[in-house]
Structures are given as structure tokens and as C-alpha cells.
Design a protein around this ligand. Sequence first.
Ligand SMILES: [Zn+2]
Length: 494
Amino acid sequence: MSNIPTAVGEAVRAGLDRMKAAGCSFADARYYDEDRSQGLMLRDGNLEFNSGQLERGIGVRVLFNGAWGFAASGDLAAVAATFDRALGNARAAARLPGFPKTMGEAQPVQGRYEPPVKRDPFDVPLAEKLDLLKGIDTALQDKAVAHRSVYVNFQRRHVFYWNTEGTAVDRKALNTFGTIAAMAPDKEGRMQRRSVELASDGAGTRGYEWLADPACFSGHAARVKDELAQIVAAEPLPAGKRHLIILPGQGFLQVHETIGHALELDRILGYELSFAGGSHVRPEMIGTLRYGSNLLNCRAGVVHNSPGTFGYDDEGSPQRDYYLIKQGILVDVLSSRADLAEANAKAGRTVVTRSGTAARACAFYRTPIDRMTNINIDYGDGGTLDDIIKATPDGVIVDVPVSWSIGSNREHFHFGCEIAWEVKDGRKGKVYKNPTYHGHTLEFWNSLDMVGSRPTWRLQQVPNCGKGEPNQIMELGHGIPVMRFAGVLVGEKE
Ligand SMILES: [Zn+2]
């Protein structure tokens, strides 16, 4: 671990020793040597913004008498004082009622993680980035397109982590995001939109080379433009109960909202009620709840070109790849170490034994909370999208969310999508606009009756999941196959 800045490292080790001596059962520190981002947006061919951000600082967490205390500073000469403030906060919190937190047995780790990157986006000249964006913008231009937007965003972080168990982790992150969108009003004057996000088949690397690969990004511009014209000319999707075929561009949000957020342990324990809502899952359901049909296999996965892969979480735990839902049964949740004992106590039996390695903070000045990592659906044996269409007598295909409304406990949902295609007698038919569908989370996942094979599986990225108080914006991934659901209510009754 040669890269640790010596002065900060020494001050942190001294601080951790002092916290132990003061009676803390655990303490840790995250030093962000660099936390950098850049966002570029081209709108109707004009550079709307080129925004950058650079932060550096340290966040300290201590566990005293079963209560957390947190403090952070951008002043690297103030490391000792930051530990003292964290301890003061923990002492104050320990006087409040609450389930006592415990980290369980010590799990010392020495580690290092670097994501696979061929070309660092921060080394790419601005002119080259703008050329890529302009090329896409040109491909979107058409008299039928009223507005065009091309947005890219890059993140780079270098984080050192230490704790009182002797863990030391040196971790880098590099993320690349992109969105292409075209918009035009339909004959009712409603703005229609067709878009695509930078995605992959789960292979490949995570740097600028990904964005520059036409198969993953720029090559979709012509299709986006053509499909927008079809949407603008289309009729609204009629209401009915039909088979629903969800492409990964929509499936990721279905999984995100009705599985991912519902399985965050802090939410299950009620800690997010005041801000982001609760969960229909209760601790005693872990291990027994039938969440979906036998075809549903969902995991917190490790996919190396995804922003949800980070090597070690913000408690220093090596990131695990494990099932959340296996053959439809809820078997585990997204967790960190300190809430496991409370979940087991509330369940009245042991329902969780290991951290879900999901403790993540969005910045040095925020404390880690339970976050999604890569919430993936395993591909199945339903074949290609064409195979699924051929097996469908009466259905609808949907792609890409435009609106969503989710019950406060994630128990039901309503989605609006950019585009739908009719499926009749095993053939893909006409395009519909304004498609919507809704359902009850558990009934819906239990109606999953076809899961596409490996070629349909796609890694989608989420750059902006919000959670926590104060709000933390986090990036993550979803690997999703094409999925078919039976008897779904689609469209709106007039
Ligand atoms: Zn979210």
C-alpha cells in the first residue's frame, strides 16, 4: 500500500488508537485523496454546460456505547480534531434510545481495487469529447426532431480506508455515463421522447473507450431518431390485461424500485421512513418470503465494468456476489455490518449472518448507508427477444421509463415508458405512444413467466440514485435480461 499519503495515514492511525483507548468498540476513517467529476451537455447542438467538481477530505466514524458518531473535514491538518468531534457526536447519540449497534467479530482486511480502464476520461482533451458529442448531435438532426440532447458524465475517486480492526484498503473508482435523447411534440402537443443510455453486455472496460465504442453509444443515435418519429405518429396504448415484455432499458428501473430499494436493510428496519420511505419486507420474512416466480433469480452482483462494483465497501468489506432472491424466494438483503444483530433480534431468529457489503457513502462528508451495488437478474433460458415474441400470442413490449410512481413501502408501482410495440400472434407489430403499466410488487414478480437467455442480458447504469438524509446521490448498476410477465394491466382507461 505504497500510495497512502504518509502524514494523513499517521494521523489516522493515531486517531484510531486514541478512539480505542477512549472506549470505542470500533472506529474507521475514509480519506478521499481525489473525488472528481465532469459533466458535459450538448443541447440542440450548443454546449449547455461543462461542469467540474473536485473534493478532498476525510470522514471519521466511531462506535461508542452502541451509537455512531460521525465527523468530516476538508482540512487535512485537522484529522485529530475530526476524530474528537466524531467521538463527541457518538457520546451524545449514545444517550438517545435506540438498538445498540455492533460490528460483530473483527474482519481485518488488507486490500486494493482498481476498475478496468483503458483510457482515463480525465486525460481525454475537451475538444475530443466535444467532437464525439457533436457527431452524435449531427446524427440526431432531422426536421421531425424538435430537441436533441447528448449528456456525458465522468467520475474519478481515490479513497483510502482504515479501521480499528487493522483493515487498510486503497481503492480507485472510474465511471463513465452517457445519455442520447431526441424529443418532438405529438399531434396533441405532448412532448415525446426517445433515448438511450450508455450500456454494455457486462464485458469490456469502464473508461472513455466504452463511450467511444459506437456499438455501445453513438451508433444508437439513428435508431433513437427513427423511433421518435414512429412514437410521434403513433396512437396511445389501449388499456387491457396482456403479456408484458420488458426490455432491459425499462427492466432496470422495475428492479431498482421494486426489488433493490425494498431490500435495503436500513429501510426494512425503518431508518429511512422519514425521507425515502419504508419497505413491504419485514425482517422475519428474510429466508421465507416468496417474492417472485421460480424463474426469478436476483443477486447483488459483481460486474467489473459497472459503477456498482467497487472492490471494498465503505466499511472495508470485500464486495460479495450473492443471491438476494433465489428461485423466487427472498434469501438475503442489502446490508452493512452494524444492523445485522438488530435484524436478527427483530426477526426472532437468525435471518442474516454476513454483511451484504453494501455500506456506501457518496462523499467524504457523508456517512455510509445501505445502498444498491449491482442488483442483477440472472439470465434464463427463454432465448432471444425474437424467441420470446414468437411465444407470445397477445402482448406489449416496453422500453425506457419516462415516469414512475412507487408506493411508500415499494408494495405497488405505476410506470410510464417512452415506447411500446404490440405483439400479436407471435409477431412484433405497430408502435404505441404513452404506454403505462401498473401492478402490485409481489403479484407482478410472481407473474414472471419467461426470462431471456444470455444475449438479452444488458448492464444498465444508474448515475443518480438518491437516498438518505441529508441526500446522498449514488451510482450503481443493474444487469437485466429481457423479461416477460403474464396478465399485466397496461394502458389507461379513458
Ligand atoms: Zn434509487
